[in-house]
Write a protein that binds this ligand. Structure first.
Ligand code: OGA
Ligand code: NI
Length: 349
């Protein structure tokens, strides 16, 4: 049914606010406990991709495999994306979220299945507690299928974002080959398993928050896709669960953070981990983060790679169409932290 009330973005609500509104306050068990969080530089491995297609390939692949097993997260440098492409992407994102409300709202839609949309929190239709975030979501592959839906303002938006998307895709493809090889699979295995491939992007905008101890930018979750390549600005906020504790991943300019999503956990039959992570907010500064979610096409059938299963270990997941998984992810409103459990076989340890 059509609604006549104007959507309420968080960025337009916060000006002059001194308290967090009640619907953003998390239950005490789910608050960030900001003073308890460790901030370790080097908490997540930083992998140098220089030479990935040269003499150093074997060693880099080993490092990537180790990081996927023990952290589910790593950072990359010398990834081949120029500083100008990164600067432009962050600039045009900031400019978008600084546009007048009426201009931004032209892109508003709260149906998660729509391919281009501005929204707020996570899924306003299914969640109980709101998250301190606005976000613009775009589908990006193939570019020519989606670009004409993207915002027209700022005027350079489409051109700058398209350039960024091509670069992000090229890193994703190189990493998927490396990850396949690190599992002992053919280089093209994951590429083929993803079918026609999908590439989505979020531009997350976290406004400053008067009481950051009471709320979260994004609660703990795993990503439903294959791998995520995250660009963040210079403001900290990302935290990763390591050995039962939240660890802050502080930004290193011009690096990307890569994490294993649920689909690689399934393909690898649990050798690689899709790890819980969350975003916290702060009183002083807005924060922008830009995850590229590289994913299977909706009709791709996903399951553990036959080469990685046998009698021991047995397959820990049943086969499913990615569209089924994706629907489940959005329907549950981030109330459970991961969807993987719903796809497990009875043989899972
Ligand atoms: C996400 C996410 C982390 C961040 O959008 O899935 O995990 O730092 N974002 O914003
Ligand atoms: Ni995430």
């Amino acid at each position: 049914m059509a609604t006549t009330t104007k959507p309420q973005l968080l960025s337009d609500l916060v000006a002059g606010m001194s308290r967090v509104p009640p619907n953003y306050i998390r239950p005490t068990s789910d608050r960030p406990n900001l003073h308890e969080v460790e901030s370790l530089d080097g908490a997540i491995p930083l992998i140098d991709l220089q030479g990935l297609n040269g003499p150093n390939r074997f060693n880099i692949i080993k490092e990537i495999g180790l990081a996927c097993k023990s952290y589910g997260f790593f950072q990359v440098k010398n990834h081949g994306v120029s500083e100008a492409v990164i600067d432009n992407m962050l600039r045009v994102s900031r400019e978008f979220f600084h546009l007048p409300e009426s201009e931004r709202l032209k892109n508003y839609c709260d149906d998660p299945m729509k391919t281009t949309r501005l929204s707020t929190s996570f899924n306003v239709n299914t969640e109980n507690v709101s998250s301190w975030r606005d976000y613009l979501r775009l589908h990006c592959h193939p570019l020519e299928d989606y670009m004409q839906e993207w915002p027209l303002n700022p005027p350079s938006f489409r051109e700058v974002v398209a350039e960024y998307c091509k670069n992000a895709r090229s890193i994703a493809l190189r990493l998927l080959e490396a990850i396949s090889e690190s599992l002992g699979l053919e280089k093209e295995y994951i590429d083929r398993a993803l079918g026609k491939h999908g590439q989505h992007m979020a531009i997350n905008y976290y406004p400053p928050c008067p009481e950051p101890d009471l709320t979260l930018g994004l609660p703990g979750h795993t990503d439903p896709n294959a791998i995520t390549i995250l660009l963040q600005d210079e403001v900290p906020g990302l935290q990763v669960l390591k050995d039962g504790k939240w660890v802050a991943v502080n930004p290193i300019p011009y690096t990307f953070i890569v994490n294993i999503g649920d689909q690689i956990q399934v393909l690898s039959n649990d050798q690689y981990k899709s790890v819980l992570h969350r975003a916290v907010v702060n009183c002083e500064q807005e924060r922008i983060s830009i995850p590229t979610f590289y994913c299977p096409s909706p009709d791709a059938m996903i399951g553990p790679a036959p080469l990685l299963i046998n009698v021991d270990p047995p397959p820990y997941y049943r086969n499913f169409a990615y569209s089924e998984y994706y629907q489940k992810f959005w329907d549950r409103g981030l109330t459970t932290q991961t969807c993987l459990d719903a796809f497990k076989t009875s043989r899972t340890p």
